[in-house]
Design a binder for this molecule. Structure first.
Ligand SMILES: Nc1ncnc2c1ncn2[C@@H]1O[C@H](COP(=O)(O)OP(=O)(O)OP(=O)(O)O)[C@@H](O)[C@H]1O
Ligand SMILES: [Mg+2]
Length: 154
């Protein structure tokens, strides 16, 4: 389901991973940034109790969201992408910030033959919830997803 994202979304904070500080980084708009982001997530989850259960789906979701920010958020050179991860109540909240106000939209009419238009289907299938909202620190938006240790169909 698509809804407006803000830091209030998702479960109330409690659980063994409480107290692990959120991770934030800036990335350039480069095709290798999805891999760089996944490496950051893997290292972040190594510090989180129960993090292994979030790593598989989390990396797939993050990779799609960063790839979208690189490919679709067409903005002036120098505008960066930001990523943010946080574990709340044993769930992983992933945020990808970009400087474009264009909105992500699942292509409901995607044909089986289509070569693209699959990324957000994957995000929807592997996350409990995802959405987007305004970027508080500047122009653009945040696309966020909440990943459960039990998978998207919790
Ligand atoms: N960060 C974004 N900024 C602007 N538009 C976006 C963003 N993410 C997605 N979109 C829009 O939503 C559409 C669907 O995204 P989705 O990831 O499902 O497909 P895709 O990126 O076109 O193809 P694929 O992910 O299969 O390579 C995109 O084609 C684009 O128009
Ligand atoms: Mg995509």
């Amino acid at each position: 389901m698509i809804s407006s994202g803000n830091s209030q979304d998702g479960p109330e904070p409690y659980g063994p991973a409480d107290g692990i500080p959120a991770f934030e980084a800036r990335l350039t708009r480069h095709r290798r940034s999805a891999q760089v982001a996944r490496n950051h997530l893997r290292e972040f989850l190594q510090r989180v109790p129960g993090g292994r259960a979030l790593a598989g789906d989390g990396q797939l979701v993050l990779g799609e969201l960063v790839a979208n920010a690189v490919v679709h958020a067409r903005v002036s050179p120098g505008r960066e992408i930001a990523i943010r991860f946080e574990v709340v109540c044993d769930h992983l909240r992933i945020e990808v910030h970009d400087a474009s106000s264009e909105k992500p939209a699942i292509r409901r009419t995607a044909d089986p033959e289509d070569m693209s238009g699959r990324g957000l289907y994957l995000v929807e299938a592997l996350s409990l919830e995802w959405g987007y909202g305004p970027r508080p620190e500047g122009i653009g938006k945040i696309v966020w997803a909440l990943v459960s240790p039990k998978g998207g169909a919790e």
